[in-house]
Design a protein around this ligand. Structure first.
Ligand code: SF4
Length: 335
């Protein structure tokens, strides 16, 4: 295994892409191999993505009652969960949250809304105004995750100053229909491309630990590479009571570190952002994940669960020798 790690490290540092077979073989790395794998991925991160970490804060601007049946999601209207249900909050509330996020050290601020897409014109106008004001009144980069958008909406969001649009693939092409049946993997992948064609940087990742195989995880990373995504959020399932995945067994922290490192080899130039489920699944290995190739994290709370104190995360990043990025780098495009 060590020989394989060294070979892949050497190749990727010399811009020779890792092959699918090599990545798949790395998924068999054992606990004693993983620190070497992480260190090699960390070198790749330092060379191609620099030493600064992007931190993104989320605002759940509309929660619950979603028409879709994503089996991991506490906001789906198909399941009975304890997730909050509320209609879209006002521009003032969104901007106030953004200013709080800026004060806690975030680089970006992402407006996230439950549902198929921004189907209500009044609600969409609130999002547009919030994006304009965040761009004007703070140093934050404004991002959105609003589901499926029309061409016109993407044009307007771009004009308002939107930086990135998040639309996760969630799972590999092969596994997607095990976690969602109300829309398809192909629709999601197509939408990631549509976002890019409007000049908006695409943010797209997935959720680990939903019962997928190691091969599914590698498939997903190569699919994201093919789509040339700018930023890859890696969520780790935090099983929510009432959802069909509520009883799934959690991944071991070292298994998550291994996957993050392999994703860095596959996507050397992308921002790899550790997202939902970080605290509960990685526990004391959160710092190790940042030394395994990641260069981004979600700061503060998630959509329906709490994150840890942002000051602790900022301190962890400083202790690890990272800088906190003031500007998400467009040069990170393309894995
Ligand atoms: S992940 Fe998004 S689309 Fe799927 S159920 Fe949750 S809010 Fe709806």
């Amino acid at each position: 295994m060590l020989d394989l790690i060294l070979k892949v490290r050497e190749n990727v540092l010399n811009e020779i892409p890792i092959t699918f077979e090599e990545a798949l073989r790395l998924t068999t790395a054992g606990p004693l191999d993983i620190p070497y794998l992480a260190a090699a991925a960390n070198e790749v991160r330092a060379k191609f993505a620099g030493n600064s970490v992007e931190s993104c804060a989320l605002s759940n601007i509309k929660s619950g009652n979603c028409s879709e049946d994503c089996k991991f999601c506490a906001q789906s209207g198909h399941y009975r969960t304890d997730a909050p249900v509320y209609s879209q909050i006002s521009v003032e509330e969104i901007v106030a949250q953004a200013k709080e996020a800026e004060a806690m050290g975030a680089t970006e601020f992402c407006l996230v809304s439950s549902g198929w897409g921004a189907t209500q014109e009044k609600e969409f106008q609130v999002v547009l105004e919030a994006v304009r004001r965040i761009t004007k009144e703070t140093k934050l980069f404004a991002d959105c995750s609003l589901g499926f958008l029309t061409d016109e909406q993407m044009t307007e969001l771009k004009r308002a100053g939107l930086y990135r649009n998040n639309h996760n693939l969630e799972a590999s092409k092969n596994y997607f229909n095990k976690v969602c049946t109300t829309h398809t993997y192909e629709q999601r992948a197509r939408h990631v491309q549509e976002v890019q064609s409007h000049g908006i940087f695409p943010c797209s990742g997935g959720i680990l630990g939903m019962g997928e195989t190691p091969k599914d995880r590698i498939d997903l990373a190569f699919e994201l590479k093919k789509l040339n995504v700018h930023c890859v959020p890696i969520n780790i399932l935090n099983p929510r009571r009432g959802t069909p995945l509520g009883d799934v067994e959690s991944l071991e922290p070292l298994e998550i570190i291994k996957i993050i490192a392999i994703y860095r080899f596959i996507l050397p130039k992308s921002t790899i952002k550790i997202a939902g489920g970080r605290e509960v699944n990685l526990r004391d290995l959160q710092a190790m994940a940042m030394q395994a190739g990641a260069n981004g994290l979600i700061l503060g709370n998630y959509l329906t669960t709490l994150g840890r104190n942002p000051a602790r995360d900022i301190q962890m990043l400083k202790d690890l020798g990272f800088e906190i990025s003031q500007t998400p780098s467009p040069t990170h495009v393309g894995g």
